[in-house]
Write a protein that binds this ligand. Structure first.
Ligand SMILES: [Zn+2]
Length: 268
């Protein structure tokens, strides 16, 4: 008897990434790249989650760009919004991320502690490699449970614009070096944070991690720290890179959790 051939439909996870902190300005100690991998069928629901936050707090107002830094510091549109209200909106966005579909939404971030020898483009590349490698491994795991997935990376336009051409030109070479081309279906794409709620989620994740490391302020990240890509209680999706001159153990959530699965340490 001829067995029927079963075709598995390949589906796509989109990894939305944004940056926080400045990779070259010594005023910031950290540079963070972070965001969310979102299963294609979850993109609508995650966007709807942010639309609901807007409708709750600003009904009838044209779509607001949820950009975490000016919301927190009260700049631009947010200057006329009372602080208590801004905190409420930020909390609601953190809830949307925390309560999003699992495994349809999985978070990734890398915090690079800059030094006199590590900054600029090197810091960006150092942050990008582990995120893409982890994303690729996440897709491989999905494939192993016969849920074939491919990945596409979407970066926020902005400072990335300057490197967009370099990125796209060198990506295949970098991807091969990093071993991530197995599951990624194309070169990275660039889109405007203004245009997509999902890049606003990436901005929120990157800014929350930046606040955690740069200011030891866990107020945004604590609600969704458990949503970083993890396995058996170990966070693989959150990484902290220290300069080679660092001494002593680090008790940040990423380093602490590596030794104590399911726990996030004294920073939270
Ligand atoms: Zn650490």
């Amino acid at each position: 008897m001829v067995r029927p051939v079963v075709f598995n439909h390949i589906r796509v996870y989109l990894l939305y990434l944004d940056e926080s902190g400045n990779e070259s300005d010594p005023a910031d100690k950290f540079f963070v790249l972070g965001g969310a991998a979102v299963f294609e069928r979850q993109t609508f629901f995650l966007s709807q989650g942010l639309e609901a936050v807007q409708t709750k707090h600003f009904p009838g107002v044209p779509p607001l760009e949820f950009h975490a830094s000016p919301m927190r510091s009260g700049k631009g549109f947010w200057r006329n919004v009372p602080e208590a209200k801004r905190i409420e909106v930020l909390d609601d966005i953190a809830d949307v991320i925390a309560n999003s579909n699992d495994p349809g939404v999985s978070l990734f971030a890398a915090a690079i502690e800059k030094s006199s020898t590590l900054y600029g483009e090197d810091a960006v590349l150092l942050a990008t490699e582990p995120i893409l490698s982890r994303f690729d491994r996440f897709l491989t795991k999905r494939n192993e449970i016969e849920d074939p997935q491919r990945g596409l990376v979407v970066f926020a336009e902005g400072r990335f614009d300057k490197r967009a051409k370099v990125w796209v030109r060198d990506f295949r070479q970098l991807g091969t070096r990093w071993g991530v081309l197995k599951n990624l279906c194309d070169i990275p794409y660039f889109a405007s944070v203004k245009e997509t709620r999902l890049l606003q989620i990436a901005d929120f994740v990157a800014h929350s991690v930046f606040m955690l490391y740069e200011r030891r302020n866990p107020s945004l990240v604590h609600k969704f720290i458990h949503r970083f890509n993890q396995r058996d209680g170990t966070l693989h999706g959150l990484r902290h890179f220290r300069p080679s001159t660092s001494v002593g153990p680090c008790d940040c959530p990423a380093c602490y959790n590596w030794k104590h699965p399911n726990r996030f340490g004294p920073w939270l």
